[in-house]
Ligand binder design. Sequence first.
Ligand SMILES: *Cc1c(COP(=O)(O)O)cnc(C)c1O
Length: 401
Amino acid sequence: MQVTRELFNEVMVPNYNPAEIIPVRGLGARVWDQAGNEYIDFAGGIAVNVLGHCHPDLVAVLKEQGEKLWHLSNVLTNEPVLRLAKKLTDATFAEKVYFANSGAEANEAALKLARRFALDNYGPQKDQIISFKQGFHGRTFFTVTVGGQAAYSDGFGPKPGAIEHVDYNDLSALEAVMSERTCAVMMEPLQGEGGIISPTQSFVQGVRDLCDKHNALLIFDEVQSGVGRTGELYAYMGLGVTPDILTSAKALGGGFPIGAMLTTTAIAAHLKVGTHGSTYGGNPLACAVAEKVLDIVNTPEVLNGVKQKEQQFREGLNAINAKYNVFDEIRGQGLLLGCALNEKFQGRARDFLVASANEKLMCLVAGANVVRFAPSLILTDTDIQEGLARFERAVAAVVNA
Ligand SMILES: *Cc1c(COP(=O)(O)O)cnc(C)c1O
């Protein structure tokens, strides 16, 4: 069968508009398309491919598990899921794990658990969920409604209720809407899709304090910020603020779909037998791969390497900016970085993305004004230097157009 980009338009639901090229192979931070062109990947499958493409250890564990046991359902448990849960609980504040297949599903579980916890402990009036404008939590109807962009949740009929949004980093706005009715506050400890926005230390601590004051659960959505992305295993570890529930996905599987919700024993107790579930969640194939991802990422070499590589990116991007004057700031943490376009280039992030693709560099945007990088956590110095050289040519192309 001749597979072309035109076939996409013919047979796929038109909710995406992918690039014209079709990648067929990847290795490390490099990807090749059908025509054999080599790309440098600074997008990482949207902060997923933490160990690049086809990391030999991940390929090995995938093959090994693939010849042993793929799937059982939750009628039976399995060895990889229990090993992964043990390692996640050993490495974090959490004592219990629920597995899902995606970030949205992990968040759906977190929100349902928070509602059930409040109902059991305080009664049905405690149902308010507060989240933040520009936040992103997935595309199921509950999670997209908790997300802070009405454009994503409008147009699908009546929304789940008792959900409020306030400005990120605005503690007094949060304080004003919080009360004994508040069941949970959900936030990204580093907003990703919303434009790579870091919280201030005093804001995160203030959110924690307000949650404690009002007996509300604090949910950190670490679907994008987790698994080494910021140079910490989870971003909360660098903030000194511990959530009650944490969700993880994207990087956790290194490219294999998996999601997880982490919490304490006392909170987890409210998802009793039969209250929630998933056919694939905790599937041995996904868990075997995720266990290997965690083994590799949760090491000083990789985590310190992220901080080092962040400096290389920042230096390179600052040098480009000194020449072309296109960014207001380089923001974010670790290898989740955003170049915020200055006044002159407002709304043109996509132009930089297209120009980068022309230079055989894959990057991302985060809204209309931010060019985002979320590469492999173990890309080489050569990948960084060559990728930034391509990015500089892309910037020059946009500026000189
Ligand atoms: C990507 C993302 C999600 C959704 O994850 P899916 O796997 O696409 O469902 C949720 N929260 C955050 C912060 C994300 O970046």
